[in-house]
Design a protein around this ligand. Sequence first.
Ligand SMILES: [Zn+2]
Length: 300
Amino acid sequence: MSSLEMDSSSEHQAAVPSEAKEENEYIIQATKSLRRHMGLPEDPTEKPSSATPSGAKCRLDVCPTNIMPGKYRIAVNPGCHSFRGHQSPDFYHVGCFEKIADFSQADFVDRVQPVTRNTWSFRNLNSSSVLDGNYLLDAGAERLTISWKEAVKKLINERDGVETKDDTSAAVRNLLDDAGSSEYVPQEIPDADAFEVRLLNTILAPNESDGPEDTEEWNIFYEFQMVVDGDQKSLDNRHSLDMSLYLWRDHVTLATSSNNLTEELKERKEKELNPKAIRAIKRLMVTPMPDIQGAFRRGL
Ligand SMILES: [Zn+2]
C-alpha cells in the first residue's frame, strides 16, 4: 500500500540536479525493485522520466534533499528494508515516487491511499500524533488526490476498453461535485454519516460562489486538476499528481501571505487570485480531523 500523507519530520533543501544518465539507470533498477516489492512483474520496457530530481533525501537514492515538514509524501508500507519486527515505511517525495511508479497502470493507482480522517488507521499511525495534526492531508489535497485517482482510473479503463464501475449514487455525486455552488441543492442520502456529509458541505466543498449572480464560480478541480477527462495524453504526464499538489500548495502560500510578498509575488497574487479564490483556498487548506465525539458516542 502506498499512502499519500503530510510529512511531519525532516528538512527540505533546494533542488540539486544530478547526473541524468546515472539517475536513469538507478531509476530503472528502483522501478524493478518496487515492482517486485509490490508483487508486480518487472517491466523491462519501462521508460523512466529523465527530469531532474526535485532533489531530496527520500527513498529514491539519487534524490539529494529531505522531505520537509508540511510537504506531501508517499509512504510505502511495509518498506523494502524493514528490519525484523520493525515495519518502517519507505518515504518518497510525490514527484520521486512518480518516477518509479507507473501511474498509467491500474495496479499502481489502486494502491495509492490518501491518508485522511477516514483512512489513517490503515497506516498504523500513532493516534495522538494524528490528532496533533500530523500525517492527515488538508481538505484540498484530499479532494485533489481522490479526484486524481478517479480521473486516472477512468482514462486507463477507456484505454483498455474496460467499463468504469461507479456505484456512487446520484445524490452523493451531487454532493461531491456541486457542494459550495449557489446552484447546489442537497439531496437526501440514505444512511449517510452526518459528520461526513457536513464536512463535504463545508470544509471539503469543491466550489466557492459569490451567490446566484456568480457566473464564474471557483472550482478546485478546474483550478488544479492536471488530468483532463477524455484526454489519453494525460496518462503520459508522469507527474500529474505532484504537479496538481504543487500548484495547490503554491496557491495556498500565495493566498495566505500578505505583507512579506515580493513585488513579483504581489503582482501574481493580484492577477491569479480574486477574493473568492482566496476565500476558497483558506477554507480548503484546513485539515478535516476525525470525528472524536462521534467515536465516543458510538463507543469505539
Ligand atoms: Zn525525493
